[in-house]
Design a protein. Structure first.
Length: 278
């Protein structure tokens, strides 16, 4: 279905370096990037342009716009969000969504990679010593830094700093002018290898989902759409919050399939039972 077709990767942040090799090897497509397509119009991490849509809708819009401009019927885009992990509130997370769209065959496949592997961070800085300590913390210069007047200040933002001379010079300039400097990790993919690794993992998951065909109509993208809790406790038999089954749904023919005991466990340890271990 995808062999020898041309696919556009909607990015201006060099994500094609990890996405293209996987798609070309696994799907047989030829990938390209439109260097003139500005994905920042849909939102920037630093806040000059607010992201108005949710991450999936943003990725979809990004992908469709790039496909339309380039008259291409196959495309992929990603969108990342950074902040507290949804269940581990004191840990930062990188939440990456990838969307694959085939308008020729009316296919849309979405995958997510939620990872605690991130150096997302920011700090108000008062001295060169503090600056260098923070830079070391986020693995500078392998990862880029951003300096600005304050956390919520969207003017005079200096991005993509990847050498110590520029870092110190920019700090001195901002501090002398505003007596205040806010340093943060540059989360754009080309300046953040840690994030790029998460995007690569998301792409691998996406490809496996694309290659998963519906048992009924054989269309690609047959993936998990829901999870049922209720795995029984091995001691008392009460349902726990652990996963009992996964539900798979085809977006084309709506065929559904339930996979019982997806983690190869028929019962749960009593330590995870609300009755045995309240």
């Amino acid at each position: 279905m995808f062999q020898n077709r041309v696919l556009i990767i909607a990015t201006k942040h060099q994500k094609e370096s990890v996405i293209a090799p996987i798609l070309e090897k696994e799907l047989g497509v030829t990938c390209f990037v439109d260097e003139t397509f500005d994905t920042d119009v849909l939102g920037t991490f630093t806040g000059e342009i607010e992201r108005e849509l949710d991450p999936i809708s943003t990725a979809r819009e990004k992908c469709l716009q790039a496909m339309k401009i380039n008259n291409c019927d196959l495309g992929i885009a990603s969108e990342g969000s950074f902040g507290p992990h949804p269940s581990m509130f004191f840990v930062n997370a990188d939440d990456e969504f990838l969307i694959f769209i085939d308008t020729l065959n009316k296919i849309e496949v979405i995958e997510r990679e939620l990872s605690t592997s991130t150096n997302f961070n920011g700090k108000q800085i008062q001295s060169q010593k503090e600056l260098l300590e923070f830079a070391n913390q986020i693995d500078f210069p392998k990862h880029g830094l951003i300096l600005r007047k304050s956390k919520d200040e969207n003017t005079a933002i200096h991005k993509g700093i990847i050498d110590i001379e520029t870092l110190e010079r920019t700090f001195e300039y901002l501090y002398s002018k505003y007596n205040s400097v806010y340093a943060e990790t540059d989360m754009r993919a080309m300046y953040n290898p840690t994030r790029m690794n998460v995007i690569e993992k998301a792409t691998q998951k996406l490809v496996q989902k694309i290659k998963s065909a519906c048992p009924q109509c054989q269309m690609p993208g047959f993936g998990i759409t829901d999870a049922k809790k209720g795995l029984e406790c091995s001691l008392c038999g009460s349902p726990t919050n652990s996963t009992l089954s996964y539900l798979y749904t085809c977006q084309h023919c709506k065929f559904t399939k339930e996979e019982i005991y997806p983690n190869n466990k028929t019962t749960e340890d009593p330590m995870y039972c609300d009755y045995c271990n309240p």
